[in-house]
Design a protein around this ligand. Structure first.
Ligand SMILES: C[S@@+](CC[C@H](N)C(=O)[O-])C[C@H]1O[C@@H](n2cnc3c(N)ncnc32)[C@H](O)[C@@H]1O
Length: 351
């Protein structure tokens, strides 16, 4: 299959909702932290034309290849980087790509990765137990399955898969080792859970847990969200689509915390935290796909979109004014209104 056909194998989720939440405008500067098949990137490029700039990031080198082929037809020459979004800030400094108008995270895996690309993400296709987004990383799912203790396995399957049968599954895995392939592992889990659960495949939660641990998904997400806020210009948008409750909880709690001026525990009479809001929630309720979208693209069914907008904290306000007051230009020429307004605007954009 050609790279372009591969790219179209992944149907992007909540595209119109994403473009609206990012508030994409011609000439804007955007980052897609999860390039995948390039579906959202293509839509951003279309709407930010003419003059739009786009930085696309993906930890999977295959995704970069596939997206590059797909995006050739678009103007704007997106900058595509094979990196983990945990290094978001460093990437932006290196590429001199900041401040930005919008940052998107469409988390999880693309259909290219799930449709049996030999990387072991799917329990429906035979492959070695790998699950690394970045093939240069050392830890694989096989290392975890075949070397972790029963207690460690039970803990991670429970914590990252929210699997009620974690201890039974862990015990059986240890009994059946070595387990080398996806289907072998799926059969072990099927024998534990049997027909006790019918709505989803018995291996779904354990595979999710292994993938999260192999790629440190939750830690990386938390870190990247903190970095993203610092890269957004004034009123820049942060948009995140997540696909399971662990990711969504992190996004929800992060956005809620960052939209509050005080995060002291309830009952504290006066604020001692000194926290000031850096975000404003765009949609108070989570956005989910319509029934029509789920019918066309069943993989969209668990998608949850949250969005917020960068605001200026009081501290940043003071810092900006202080910086301006001590700037040589203002010192030399005094406060002349047009210069001051221009400088203020630039400074706020670059917060
Ligand atoms: C759901 S897909 C994105 C699909 C894309 N929005 C599209 O429309 O084609 C998620 C992508 O994010 C990538 N990814 C997941 N975690 C990542 C991380 N920590 N750093 C960089 N890329 C990551 C995956 O490799 C995958 O290609």
């Amino acid at each position: 299959m050609s790279q372009t056909m591969l790219a179209s194998a992944h149907i992007p989720v909540l595209v119109e909702e994403t473009i609206k939440a990012l508030d994409v405008e011609p000439g804007g500067r955007y980052i897609d932290c999860t390039l995948g098949g390039g579906g959202h990137t293509a839509a951003i490029l279309e709407r930010s034309s003419p003059g739009g700039q786009l930085l696309g990031i993906d930890a999977d080198p295959e995704a970069i290849k596939v997206a590059r082929a797909r995006l050739e037809a678009y103007s704007g020459e997106p900058l595509l980087v094979n990196e983990n979004f945990v290094n978001l800030q460093a990437i932006c400094y290196k590429c001199d790509f900041l401040p930005v108008h919008g940052i998107l995270f469409d988390l999880g895996l693309s259909s290219l990765q799930l449709n049996g690309n030999g990387r072991g993400f799917s329990f429906q296709h035979e492959a070695p137990l790998d699950m690394r987004l970045n093939p240069n990383q050392e830890l694989t799912a096989s290392d975890i399955v075949n070397t972790y203790s029963e207690t460690e396995l039970a803990h991670l399957i429970r914590t990252y898969g929210e699997e009620g049968y974690s201890r039974h599954i862990a015990r059986r895995i240890v009994q059946e080792r070595p387990i080398r392939t996806t289907l072998q592992l799926a059969r072990v889990i099927e024998r534990v859970i049997g027909s006790r659960r019918s709505r989803i495949h018995p291996a779904t939660k354990t595979f999710q847990a292994l993938r999260i641990v192999v790629n440190q998904e939750l830690e990386h997400l938390e870190s990247a969200l903190r970095q993203a806020v610092k890269l957004l210009g004034f009123e820049g948008r942060l948009v995140v689509i997540s696909y399971h409750s662990l990711e969504d909880r992190i996004v929800k709690q992060f956005m809620q915390r960052e939209s509050k001026d005080c995060i002291c525990p309830p009952g504290v009479p006066t604020c001692v935290c000194g926290h000031t809001a850096s975000l404003r929630l765009i949609n108070k309720r989570v956005i989910t796909p319509s029934l029509a979208e789920v019918q066309i693209n069943p993989r969209s069914r668990s998608a949850r979109l949250r969005a917020s907008e960068r605001i200026i904290t009081q501290d940043e306000h003071y810092q900006i004014v202080e910086r301006l007051c001590s700037s040589t230009e203002v010192k030399a020429n005094g406060w002349r209104r047009p210069t001051l307004l221009k400088k203020l605007r630039q400074a706020f954009l670059a917060v």
